[in-house]
Design a protein around this ligand. Sequence first.
Ligand code: ATP
Ligand code: MG
Length: 275
Amino acid sequence: MSGRGREEIWPRPRSCRVISVANQKGGVGKTTTTVNIAAALAMHGQRVLVVDLDPQGNASTALGMERDDQTRSIYHCLVEDEEIRKLAKPVPDIPDLWCAPATIDLAGAEIELVSLVAREARLKRAFSAYDTSDLDYILIDCPPSLGLLTVNAMVACDEVMIPIQCEYYALEGLGQLLRNVELVKSHLNTGLSVSTILLTMYDARTRLSQQVADEVRSHFGDLVLRTQVPRSVRVSEAPSYAQSVMTYDPMSTGAMAYLEAAREIAHRAEGPGVG
Ligand SMILES: Nc1ncnc2c1ncn2[C@@H]1O[C@H](COP(=O)(O)OP(=O)(O)OP(=O)(O)O)[C@@H](O)[C@H]1O
Ligand SMILES: [Mg+2]
C-alpha cells in the first residue's frame, strides 16, 4: 500500500471499543463501512469482531461467511443465549478479523424478542458473557430500522458511528436517529454517545455532494471524520466476490479512503460525542 504499508501497526485501544454502525435510512453505506473499516483495522494490528445484526446478512456475505440451514448465527445468540464465541468465524484471508454472522432467522427476531426478558439488552448480555480482552474492536452492522435489533446494538455499545450518504435527503431522519440515541442513553445505556460520522458515496463532480458534506460538517464539527469515502465502482463490486474492497482492490480510491477513515478512528480518542 504505497509506502504507508499494511505492516504499519496502529495504537490499540486500552479496552475493546464497541461501535454500532447505525442509520435507519437504507442504503447509506452502513454495511460497506462496517466491513471495510473492520478489515482496515485488522490489517493494521487490531483484533476485530464484526457482528452482523441485519437479517439481510450483507456483512456476512461480504466477509465470505458460508451459511446454510444449520448455521448458528447472531439470532441464536439473541434468542437462545448461544455464546458469541461459538458462532464467530474467522474471515478468510484477513487474520485477526472475525464475524458473527446473521442468518435469515434474524428477520423474526424483532418479534420474538418482544416477549423475552430484558429484550433490549440481549446483545449486551451476550457481550458480557464474552471475554473481550483479546479484542480491540467490535463493530456492529445495524439493519435499516430503529427497531429492537438496533436498540440491542445501542444498548450493547459505547459508540455510535453514523454513515451519511452525500445525497439529497441525506439528513432526513437524522434527528430521529439522534433522539433515539438520547432515549437509549437516558434509559438503558448512560455511556452511549455518537462518536463518529462518516460521509459516504461522495461524488466530487456534483455540487450536491459538496453541499451535503458542508452542511454535515458545519452541524457536527469534529464528529465528522476528515476522510470522506468517494463513490467507487470497486467498492460496490467487492461484495460479489465475498470480499472487502481492502482485499479486492487495495489501491482503489474507495479502499484508500476506508483505510484513512479507519486510521482516523484508531488514532482518535473517543472524543466529545453527542447524545
Ligand atoms: N463508496 C461507495 N461507492 C460505490 N458504491 C457504494 C459505496 N458505498 C456503498 N456502495 C453501494 O451502495 C449500496 C448500499 O450500501 P450498503 O449496503 O453498505 O448500505 P447499507 O446502509 O448497509 O444498506 P441497508 O440499509 O440495506 O443495510 C451497496 O450496493 C453498496 O455496494
Ligand atoms: Mg446494510
